[in-house]
Design a protein. Sequence first.
Length: 324
Amino acid sequence: MESRAWLLEKRLMPADKVTRYADELRYTDLIAGYYVGAPKDVISAISDFSTWFFVWDDQHDRDAVHGRRTAWYRLSAELHTALDDPGDHLAHPEPLVAAFAETVHRLNGFLSPAWNERFARHFHAIVSAYDQEFENRVTKVTPKVAEYIELRRHTFGHSVWIDLLEPTAGREIPTALRTSGPFLAAARHCQDFSAWYNDLCSLPKELAGDDQHNLGISLIRHEGLSLEEAVVEVRKRVENCVTEFEVAEKELRELLAGHLAALPGGAGTAEARSVAEAVGSAVFNMRNWFSSVYWFHHESGRYRVDSWDDRSTPPYVSDLAGDA
């Protein structure tokens, strides 16, 4: 209910579409499964941010379909500006900018200025990646597989979803652990699983819409695979993410034990317990991405393309820039 009210308050979707589609899209349910244990104000802010992300992604699709360069790049520039000073953009006349600023403003209130700067840096890169995807789509360029994988890790938002594990845990993870190979590997595998599984479920819509951005489409157009072979290959990559995550998770737990033992006072101090709980929360919720992503793609109306009048155009989309 809170998410529905927020969509209406921020004018991100017309009232009739909120009534008809908001609940079945399951955006709030998805986030509740990603960030278990988050305080209410944190999960509310993350949920609204995620809902905004979906709406923004849909607007990106409409702007690309209609070739609206001016509209897209104006929005892109405004998001960069709002990201650096969200409090100054809460009343912005563009709904997507105002809603974005409001969620970032809330997220910035949970941890340190250093975390805020890191989150902003990561999201600046995401906006820039969306610009690249926009250009690829309007010029009908399909990235090669390696190029697509790198781009997708930004457009899926890998870095910010991992950043949000920290306000969920109630503290920042020490840099030595957060930037370690095992932590980064575990984060990458849970996010790659999510992105590649999304590509599997989005493939019918994106083929119908002559899209250029899907791992399966890159495999078909650059590796010479048939549709059936591409689906098999994407599924194999999805499955590999699970096994590789388990390896990284084990290595991270071993690294954590050594880190705690090396702290002043050893693993029995309050600081050691706090770090252990934060990393434990992060790893637990990385694991939750696997089950939550799988559930979401089979329960959300976002992927029921066979029930749409036009398989390339979701009925819940509200084109905030219009169709001109």
